[in-house]
Design a binder for this molecule. Structure first.
Ligand SMILES: Cc1cc2nc3c(=O)[nH]c(=O)nc-3n(C[C@H](O)[C@H](O)[C@H](O)COP(=O)(O)OP(=O)(O)OC[C@H]3O[C@@H](n4cnc5c(N)ncnc54)[C@H](O)[C@@H]3O)c2cc1C
Length: 450
């Protein structure tokens, strides 16, 4: 018998498209996902994309809402990270916990997560068409043009969700038709991934931390993998006089750079120059799109709002989009047009806020985490959040360990920062003795009076 359910087309079987297809299949829709790459389960590993990612509360909550056993499966292969392990230029270490009550984020493999999502979605009847490259989407006729094995096909797609990433072809088609406008803001820094093998990874302790080598204008980070290896990422300006990807252009300059600036890390990369010159240097960007909903067509995830990775929230935000959309479909009896428009109206301020926070966090990670005054402020904030849990929540904690809309977290963060500035500049408070009763009580009073 012919399948009578309405077909929803999703462009892109990345993290967001695959999770969304699972949500929609569970609602009873027939779902077809069109993906330009070959089936990732048939290839050896992800090509040119970050190898691991930080998954946190928002992403986990969405996985739970889609399928509790899938969430557990993902966690079974994840490495918890309880804080930042800082490496200074002399190789000295210091640990900064993410939370005062042992909350953590998780390092997960992009490749395994994507495959698990596709498996789970297929298990619910989703059909994935791999090696189908969406070339163009025409809103007036509600058709999409695909290339498969050098042949062009046209499909009628009354309901279409574009999860085809930062360079979304659906978005650019809609822009050409005058239906929306987007801005792609590239930043001056690019990134390059460098693998630390499991054999060397055991030297990098603890495994349950996100390692950071902050150096002001640039930095390196490393996230642990399940097999004890790490994926390092070097963030560096593209074209600056001095230290930039452009300047590090031969084996000697690369080796010297690591020996001087990341001395404890250079021993972890015995094949540094080889990796440096064979791995791609990629750029980073924020994408802002003024409209995501077009009747029964929608942009979602990075296609609507790609962000730089410094808060570890791009995927988490995309997963949260999926959960919120699923809830809106329930509220609006599966009316796509209303649910899409409501998501558009209510969510954009939040993704704008996380984009801003991600840029701010870049400065914090590469620069401030090595600054004494900043570290003192963080210690005081952490103590305040313990002493006044209802009144003082750290920004990081609200973004990473809660569902508070990003825009509310942002606004509260601004307010708290103003108050912290006052505290840090208050000459009547001797902050060198902030843990002593008298100073601490004066501090608490200042915060409680707000
Ligand atoms: C270096 C780096 C580190 C990151 N770290 C984190 C992190 O720690 N935590 C976090 O939450 N986020 C992180 N992110 C962000 C995260 O990777 C993205 O937000 C997430 O991948 C977005 O998922 P998506 O499905 O919207 O897009 P994508 O993952 O880009 O998937 C898009 C899919 O669409 C397919 N596609 C593209 N064009 C077409 C087409 N024309 N036709 C058919 N298919 C197409 C692509 O092949 C791909 O499969 C990081 C990003 C980078 C660059």
């Amino acid at each position: 018998m012919e399948d009578q359910r309405q077909t929803v087309f999703i462009a892109g079987a990345g993290l967001v498209g695959s999770l969304l297809s699972l949500f929609l299949a569970k609602r009873g829709f027939a779902v077809q996902v069109l993906e330009k790459r070959e089936d990732p389960r048939q290839s050896l590993r992800s090509e040119g994309r970050s190898i691991n990612l930080a998954l946190s509360h928002r992403g986990l909550r969405a996985l739970e809402a889609a399928d509790a056993s899938l969430r557990q499966h993902v966690l079974d292969e994840a490495i918890p990270m309880y804080g930042r392990q800082m490496h200074d230029e002399e190789g000295h270490l210091s640990f900064q916990p993410y939370s005062s009550n042992k909350e953590c984020i998780y390092s997960v493999s992009r490749f395994s997560l994507n495959n698990s999502l596709i498996d789970a979605a297929e298990g619910q009847g989703v059909s994935f068409l791999f090696e189908h490259h969406l070339e163009e989407a025409d809103f007036a006729s509600k058709t999409i043009h695909l290339i498969h094995k050098d042949k062009t096909h046209t499909l009628s797609a009354p309901v279409l969700i574009a999860a085809d990433g930062v360079f979304s072809k659906v978005r650019t088609s809609l822009e050409k038709q005058g239906l929306c406008h987007s801005t792609l803001e590239k930043i001056d820094h690019g990134y390059k991934e460098l693998d630390i093998s499991a054999e060397k990874g055991v030297l990098l302790e603890p495994q349950t931390a996100l390692h950071i080598w902050p150096r002001g204008e640039y930095m390196m980070i490393a996230l642990p993998n399940f097999d004890k290896s790490y994926t390092g990422t070097l963030f560096l300006p593209f074209n600056e006089q001095g230290l930039s990807f452009q300047e590090l252009n031969d084996e000697a300059s690369v080796t010297r750079f690591f020996d001087i600036h990341f001395p404890d890390a250079s021993v972890l990369f015995p094949d540094l120059a080889k990796q440096y010159f064979s791995n791609p240097t990629s750029f980073l960007a924020n994408v802002f799109t003024d409209r995501w909903a077009f009747g029964e067509w929608l942009l979602i995830g990075d296609a609507a709002h790609g962000i730089v990775p410094f808060y570890g929230q791009g995927m988490n935000a995309g997963f949260e989009d999926c959960r919120l959309l699923d809830e809106l479909l329930t509220q609006h009896y599966d009316n796509f047009e209303v649910a899409f428009q409501t998501l558009n109206n209510t969510r954009k301020k939040d993704t704008d806020a996380i984009a801003r926070l991600a840029m701010d966090n870049f400065i914090e990670m590469r620069d401030l985490v090595a600054d004494e005054r900043f570290l003192l402020q963080k210690k005081i904030e952490s103590a305040l959040s313990k002493a006044l849990p209802d009144q003082w929540k750290t920004l990081y904690s609200e973004v990473t360990f809660s569902d508070t809309p990003y825009s509310d977290a942002f606004a509260r963060g601004q307010k708290n920062q103003r108050l912290m500035n006052e505290i840090m500049n208050d000459k009547s408070l001797d902050l060198t003795r902030w843990e002593e009763k008298e100073v601490w009580e004066a501090l608490l009073k200042k915060v409680s009076d707000q």
